[in-house]
Design a protein around this ligand. Structure first.
Ligand code: NAD
Length: 389
């Protein structure tokens, strides 16, 4: 537990139904005259969807823009290079990301290339950025990664199939927008995957070696909200109360891991995402119970607390038995929202485990895991996630 820490998040975070209407005026207040809208072709084409509503607000405020629709899931180096080229060709002076984690990370990556040099792969690591990014506003449409408010930029090197992270306070967007009405039409499968990502992002910082008293509170409240709403949001996407609670939870979890960091679930999930181009939330959900079972011995009391946040009654139980209930709760949540049980479902191959274990231990998220693992132990965790039924 840290008692001396910086606490980082955007200076302004608009939250609630309808807040997207404020983006035009806020862009003007930041003296941005022509933002590059960073999104994908699907979101660009949704009638009255998140991009359309963003553009309507910009039009109303008299702000011009250029639309870059080249974001791919697990955004690639080629996406940010193409975005940078368009930014310069169209004379842009700011960035507005519209989408989930992929759009926000792509926008951050474009900003990094514009001000910190052409080779982003050399900037992987912590606080490697020397220069400020252009002003960045993030409109979030999934609940979710928290990337609209974090210092993390996760990019996939398509040549090596490695996902890497540039972690810097300079990546934090100036303004974030979390409007749950933009999330009503997220399909059930995507709601489940992104919601499980938020769940993991509430759990890993709670047992992280870099946790603090503020992030502890955020994690527990996020877990409570996810328990109350994720199943409902998956079952009925138009349940506004469930969507709002998931949006609150994703924001809390994002703030928590932005400041307390993550652990081996994310370090290993990045290997699965980079190698097999699989959805990030699904990768995290598949690994969560396996990794946390391994972590219990490091802090059983923390896991017992997590079980209580999940609504379990632990009164008559030993700390160890209460901790086990948290793992059961993680498995139950994943099953209820339709996540498969084995990493076979995303095409994982045992022949890759050695290489992925080596890279996982170098991932920026590995260092705050509560229990230190050897490479052989990480290989065994991948194998366990493969054999899970
Ligand atoms: P995503 O951004 O990749 O989006 C997945 C799909 O959902 C896309 O095809 C998109 O068009 C669609 N979509 C998005 N919003 C929608 C909406 N409102 N309605 C319908 N469809 C919609 O998914 P994600 O899970 O939000 O982001 C995953 C990426 O974020 C991964 O690359 C992951 O590594 C990264 N990530 C980043 C951070 C960070 O702090 N930077 C944290 C966690 C994960």
């Amino acid at each position: 537990m840290k008692t001396n820490f910086d606490f980082l998040m955007p200076s302004v975070n608009f939250f609630g139904p309808g807040v997207i209407e404020k983006i035009g005026d806020r862009t003007k207040m930041l003296n941005i005259t022509k933002p590059l809208i960073v999104t994908d072709t699907f979101l660009e084409g949704v009638p009255d969807g998140p991009v359309a509503q963003t553009l309507a607000s910009l039009d109303q405020a008299g702000v011009q823009y250029s639309i870059f629709n080249g974001v791919e899931p697990n955004p690639k180096v080629r996406n940010i290079q193409a975005g940078k080229a368009q930014y310069l060709a169209d004379g842009c002076d700011g960035l507005i990301t519209v989408g989930g984690g992929s759009a926000h990370d792509c926008g951050k990556g474009i900003g990094i290339l514009l001000t910190n040099g052409d080779d982003i792969t050399k900037l992987a690591g912590i606080e490697t950025l020397e220069n400020a990014l252009p002003p960045l506003l993030a409109v979030n449409t999934t609940a979710g990664t928290g990337s609209e408010l974090t210092r993390h930029c996760v990019i996939t090197n398509e040549e090596t199939h490695l996902k890497f992270v540039v972690v810097s306070w300079r990546n934090i967007p100036l303004v974030s927008f979390n409007d749950p009405m933009l999330m009503l039409d997220v399909p059930a499968k995507l709601t489940a995957a992104t919601g499980m990502d938020a769940f993991v992002q509430a759990i890993e910082p709670y047992v992280s070696t870099n946790r603090n008293a503020i992030t502890d509170g955020q994690c527990l409240q996020a877990i409570k909200l996810i328990e109350e709403s994720l199943r409902e949001a998956v079952a009925n996407g138009h349940n506004i109360e469930a969507r709002t609670k998931m949006c609150e939870a994703e924001m809390l979890a994002g703030m928590a891991f932005n400041n307390a960091d993550l652990g081996y679930v994310h370090a290993m999930a990045h290997q699965l995402g980079g190698q097999y181009d699989a959805p990030h939330g699904v990768c995290c959900a598949l690994l969560l119970p396996i990794v946390e079972e391994f972590n219990i011995v490091a802090c059983p009391d923390r896991f017992a607390e997590l079980a209580r946040a999940m609504g379990e009654n632990t009164d008559a139980l030993s700390t160890r038995d209460a901790a086990e209930l948290a793992i059961k709760g993680m498995r139950q949540m994943a099953a209820d929202v339709g996540i498969p049980t084995s990493i076979k479902a995303i095409g994982a191959k045992p022949a890759d485990f050695e290489m992925m274990a080596e890279n996982a231990l170098k991932d920026g998220n590995a260092f705050s895991n509560p229990r230190k693992a050897t490479k052989a132990e990480i290989v065994a965790l991948f194998q366990k996630a493969y054999d899970a039924e």
